[in-house]
Design a protein around this ligand. Structure first.
Ligand code: SAM
Length: 265
């Protein structure tokens, strides 16, 4: 699979328009490295996404270029001031960049999902703002921020990993980045995969450490394989993420499969 992806190239009809992605961070060198490798690296190389990292410390005042200060009202930690971040955003057009949708990464945001990845993959430009310390002065949100995203219910030390997670999810949806457009549409959580978790995968050898591949996968019978995969998807979703099944269109037979699973049959 990895080799196939490496040899892929977009067809003319699939050539996407360049999406501008600006990342405002105190650690641009750490972020930049991720766009030299793998799927995200290929998206850059093929001019599908254009990554522009900005260190907003460059917009701070004073000899020490401090961007943080004590929180009003007291308490632990430091807060990033709004002004250097605001100036970095304002400066984007001067360096020939579109600002587009401004996305703040914060644990207080809406949890990012595949639906958000699909929607954001259609934007012409996105500016990601990565917090550090206790976060950024909340007044930045009023003036600049269009959406706030969390990548999950836990605390990271900075927004950089969250921005990279979101950009990775977006980039792989763009035409010409993966070798086979099917592979992006039939994955777990995708609409093409009916928003179910994906079925398990197997490759050679057919017997590994005494474990056999499910025989149906060796049958060459396409219809039976499809049915088996669909059932395995439903079983995996019912076992690990039962709440996802509530919004999914299932046949009566599939509903009764879930009932049997719930009864432990
Ligand atoms: N004091 C903040 C709170 O309790 O909500 C946490 C600040 S965290 C240590 C520093 C930065 O990491 C945040 O400003 C944000 O940019 C980023 N961050 C941390 N967890 C995140 C998450 N789950 N999703 C997105 N960004 C996160």
């Amino acid at each position: 699979m990895a080799n196939q992806e490496l040899t892929a190239s977009p067809t003319d009809s699939e050539t996407p328009t360049l999406q501008q992605l600006n990342i405002l961070t105190l650690f641009p060198e750490a972020v930049q490295a991720y766009f030299n490798i793998g799927v995200t690296g290929r998206a850059v190389e093929r001019s599908v996404i254009d990554i522009h990292c900005v260190n907003f410390r460059d917009y701070a005042q004073g000899n020490y270029k401090a961007v943080d200060d004590l929180p009003f009202g007291g308490g632990a930690g430091m807060v990033i001031q709004a002004e250097p971040v605001a100036k970095a955003i304002d400066d984007l057009p001067l360096s020939g960049r579109q600002r587009g949708t401004v996305v703040l990464l914060a644990p207080t945001g809406k949890v990012f999902t595949q639906r958000d990845a699909e929607r954001l993959s259609q934007s012409e430009a996105i500016t990601f703002v990565c917090g550090r310390y206790e976060g950024i002065d909340a007044r930045l949100n009023i003036e600049y921020v269009n959406e706030v995203f969390s990548i999950g219910d836990y605390i990271l030390s900075g927004g950089e990993l969250a921005a990279m997670v979101i950009i990775d999810a977006i980039a792989r949806l763009k035409p010409g980045v993966l070798n086979n457009s099917e592979s992006a549409t039939h994955e777990s959580h995708s609409l093409g995969g009916d928003q179910l978790l994906e079925h398990p995968h197997y490759t050679r050898p057919a017997t590994w450490r005494g474990h056999e591949v499910p025989p149906v996968l060796l049958s060459g019978h396409h219809k039976r394989i499809q049915t088996w995969r669909r059932e395995e998807s439903i079983k995996a979703t019912a076992r690990v993420r039962p709440e996802l099944l509530e919004n999914i269109d299932l046949s009566p037979a599939e509903r009764s499969l879930i009932e049997r699973l719930r009864r432990g049959e």
